[in-house]
Design a protein around this ligand. Sequence first.
Ligand SMILES: *Cc1c(COP(=O)(O)O)cnc(C)c1O
Length: 391
Amino acid sequence: MAPADGRPALEPDTPSRDAAVEVIPLARPVMGEAEERAVADVLRSGRLSLGPRVEEFEHRFAARVGAPLASAVSSGTAGLHLALRAVGVGEADEVVTSPFSFVASANAVLYERARPVFADIDPVTLNLDPEAAAAAVGPRTTALLPVHIFGYPADMPAFERLAEQHGLGIVEDACEALGARHRDGVEVGGRGHPAAFGFYANKQLTTGEGGMLTLSSPEQKQRIDSERNQGRAPDMGWLDHDRLGFNYRLSDIACALGIAQLDRLEAMLAARTRVAGRYREALAGIEGLQLPCADSEGDVRGWFVFVVQLPGGVDRDETVRLLASAGIQSKPYLPAIHLMSLYRERFGHREGEFPVCEEVAARSLALPFFPEMSDGQIARVAEELRAALGL
Ligand SMILES: *Cc1c(COP(=O)(O)O)cnc(C)c1O
């Protein structure tokens, strides 16, 4: 079954017109003997949680993105939630963020009874537009929550200036952006603000479920580490808790898997970049089809998904059906958050508020994209997409 939450499905779930045709899935993790060994070692050790793999994974991950500190958490969403608390977001506060994101980034704001205030996106990078964000800042705004959507770095220097000007906190949703780098040479996640990464099975690095916060403030890390573990004080035993916390821990099993994945991360990222380049060649020249923006001015994308925008007037649902009947998974990705029923009902959002986001959300289609995708598979997707578009 495809998850109903808008994320790419991981398993083939649509019968193709010819049962002998291999189904090309939207995403597929790279898993090998190293991962099996790492997990088996933890199982044999008897320390399945709160053991040595957690810190090791944190140190290795922080070093990879150039952040001083990191805290492993149970999901990207849990990371966003703890990060918002750590920068001081609370009830009735406003957080300026992107409506073109996976719903988790806005939901995390709601967990604290704060309000996500959306601003429109840049039509090229599809990231939160700094000028629109500036216009959305009001007296109740306490933080900015930019999302590095589809792995393309958000314009952090602009958001840092805006935050400085109004005394705001910054939390980065880097869940799609492992391997991305800003034009000033800093890796996404390495700027010092809490940045959340996610390790769901379709991400650049997976632990099945899981997440990581990178950050620079020891005080913030102490609070996050306490709150992920029921509010336990660092120097106390299990029995005293001086604040409210959650169970957002990541197990040693997951951390061992994450360490094994880090060992092959550069190869996996390079493979994703190769697949994206092949797609560009294979999809060139389809009139009206918009491909993901190229890296510009030194910003480097960390490839997560390959999302195209269909030519105007194309029936996207029909395109998805035609591709599925040819054994190719695809998915409308992403829907605009402000137009989801929860957000419409709670905040009275309607069509027309964020025209760039709405236009992009209406035309976006995620194609199969994973490191081990072969040239033959890419060619088949391109051929069937052309056929589905009547070309
Ligand atoms: C994957 C993702 C998350 C977090 O997902 P989890 O399933 O909680 O790990 C958050 N934001 C974005 C943009 C994502 O793509």
